[in-house]
Design a protein around this ligand. Structure first.
Ligand code: SF4
Length: 75
């Protein structure tokens, strides 16, 4: 499952990483949301491939993002 975060528009509310910490975390430098390291494409903090078993929590997190910057879709 493809996941993308438009990190530059993140408001660091914490909804995604509190809802789905298996997929999302807070970057310690800029404080924006990022993908956990295991699922990143080529080291990208913003884009990656997440296992199917985490689809429900990733989608829930995307639905809770107040600025709607998380994309989750089947590849
Ligand atoms: S829910 Fe959206 S705005 Fe909030 S921390 Fe996650 S990506 Fe950023």
């Amino acid at each position: 499952m493809y996941v993308k975060i438009e990190r530059g528009s993140c408001v660091s509310c914490g909804a995604c990483w509190n809802t789905c910490p298996e997929v999302f975390g807070q970057n310690p430098c800029d404080e924006y949301s990022e993908l956990v390291e295991a699922f990143r494409f080529c080291g990208s903090r913003a884009e990656g491939e997440v296992p199917e078993e985490l689809a429900v929590c990733a989608r829930e997190a995307a639905g809770l993002c107040p600025v709607e910057i998380i994309t989750v879709r089947e590849e």
